[in-house]
Design a protein around this ligand. Structure first.
Ligand SMILES: *Cc1c(COP(=O)(O)O)cnc(C)c1O
Length: 436
């Protein structure tokens, strides 16, 4: 698989190079030059395969020239070691639970696959890969747990003191091994500034092999296609062949992966991009004007993105033709008040507790159905995180129904450790240089 940059369509890099660079020098995003088709025979029989088998088939269609088959198979079985069930709520409504991985969010798919791809390409004896991440909560947990125990890698996470939830803090501070957590006396922006300065520092770059492992890495996108195929398989098994996916969207990586799956040959009737009031994309699809905005804080804070970084990838998938994109993608926005109504409605209608991001995807599916009364497709809304990660949002009667998964209870008995630093770069730099 060769990749180009969305800012330079003549550029050609290998998959390995794209993985380690994360982003081209020209600040575009890497995209595959060619998108192969999955064989029709496989799609016609997809219900016979497991998630891991489907993942292997999809990944090998894309990466067969990059990683030998046996190695890729082992890598996938290690990375995708949890399920993604499409839970039936009624005859035509399903919630796709993507939170059964270690950090209880769908980002585990991307983070676990990326970490193993990186470790695979770091042959024995190559310099240790140092991953630096600033987090406001969720991404840090997925990256930390994704790289935990992965040979030849080390992760340093910076998080703002007092600003992550108790469960998030447990996920950041109980790992040990190759993961270290730094609690910064400052804000998320301070954490991010420290990481950015580290990447620009000559002395640190001379001594360490630094990477951000960030969310626009192409190796995070690929594994997110797996569960779209797997959901189609689960529905097909039940005799349902037409499917609409509703995806709670922030940086548009998740729905971007869905659209990549579609271009790989997955039959999908419609994708719905569901956003909160950070609505750059729904506004664009309504008005034709793409105008980014600073982000506004909402209940669905993992979607508080005013300039969705993966949108350019999606435009590229459709040859920058908005009209053909609009045939497949619908977009709706919902505010916090509506999000709460959605949470209550899912609870009363299905006795199901959905996180605020998931609730927005649900609202979008319902709106789509109202606007398209003749469409009888099965509706799947993606649940991107477990409700227990957002304890403060729910009314008490609903909060009391949330069960804490064993991934979390297992952490509660472990010792927590974080180093403490201020916001000055010299302190962070000397920490990196001296605390080896
Ligand atoms: C990251 C995240 C999203 C948004 O996903 P994108 O790929 O950025 O669109 C939605 N929900 C949760 C819980 C997330 O962590």
């Amino acid at each position: 698989m060769k990749l180009y940059s969305t800012n330079n369509k003549d550029l050609r890099v290998s998959f390995k190079e794209a993985v380690f660079n994360s982003m081209p020098q020209d600040k575009g995003l890497y995209m595959p030059v060619e998108i192969p088709q999955l064989d029709a025979e496989f799609i016609a029989n997809i219900e016979k395969y497991s998630l891991q088998e489907i993942a292997f088939k999809v990944a090998s269609t894309l990466l067969k020239d990059e990683i030998p088959t046996e190695d890729l198979k082992a890598l996938i079985d290690d990375a995708i070691n949890f399920e993604a069930p499409a839970v039936k709520l009624d005859d035509k409504t399903f919630v796709l639970e993507l939170f059964h991985g270690p950090s209880l969010a769908f980002k585990d798919f991307g983070a676990r696959f990326m970490s193993r791809i990186m470790a695979y390409f770091l042959k024995d004896g190559e310099q240790l890969l140092d991953v630096l991440v600033a987090t406001s909560g969720d991404t840090g947990g997925a990256v930390a747990l994704g790289f935990l125990g992965v040979p030849n890698t080390r992760v340093t996470i910076l998080y703002p003191e007092g600003k992550v939830s108790p469960i998030q803090e447990l996920q950041l501070t109980t790992n040990g091994q190759n993961i270290r957590a730094i609690e910064v006396k400052g804000t998320f922006d301070d954490c991010q500034a420290l990481v950015k300065q580290a990447f620009a520092d000559d002395e640190l770059n001379a001594k360490f092999r630094l990477t951000s492992a960030n969310s626009i890495n192409i190796s995070r996108l690929i594994p997110q296609t797996f569960y779209y195929f797997n959901t189609y398989a689960q529905l097909k098994k039940q005799g349902l062949n037409n499917v609409v996916f509703s995806v709670p969207s922030g940086n548009f990586g998740n729905i971007g992966a869905g659209l990549l799956a579609y271009k790989l040959g997955l039959p999908v009737k419609q994708f719905i991009a569901a956003t909160n009031i950070n609505d750059t994309v729904p506004r664009f699809l309504e008005s034709g004007i793409y105008e980014t905005k600073p982000s506004t804080q909402t209940y669905s804070n993992a979607m508080d993105v005013g300039a969705p970084s993966n949108w350019v990838r999606i435009m590229n998938l459709f040859g920058d033709d908005v009209e053909s994109l609009k045939k497949v993608v619908t977009s709706y926005r919902f505010n916090d008040e509506e999000t709460l109504v959605g949470i209550k409605e899912i609870d009363s209608r299905f006795n199901y507790v959905a996180c605020p991001h998931t609730a927005i995807a649900y609202l979008a599916i319902e709106k789509f159905r109202t606007e398209n009364p003749k469409d009888d497709s099965a509706a799947v809304f993606l649940s991107t995180a477990h409700a227990c990660k957002f304890p403060d949002i729910f009314p008490v009667d609903i909060a009391s129904k949330i069960e804490i998964p064993e991934q979390v209870t297992a952490l509660e008995s472990l010792p927590q450790h974080a180093d403490n630093l201020g916001v000055d770069f010299e302190g962070f730099k000397s920490y990196l240089l001296n605390k080896a």
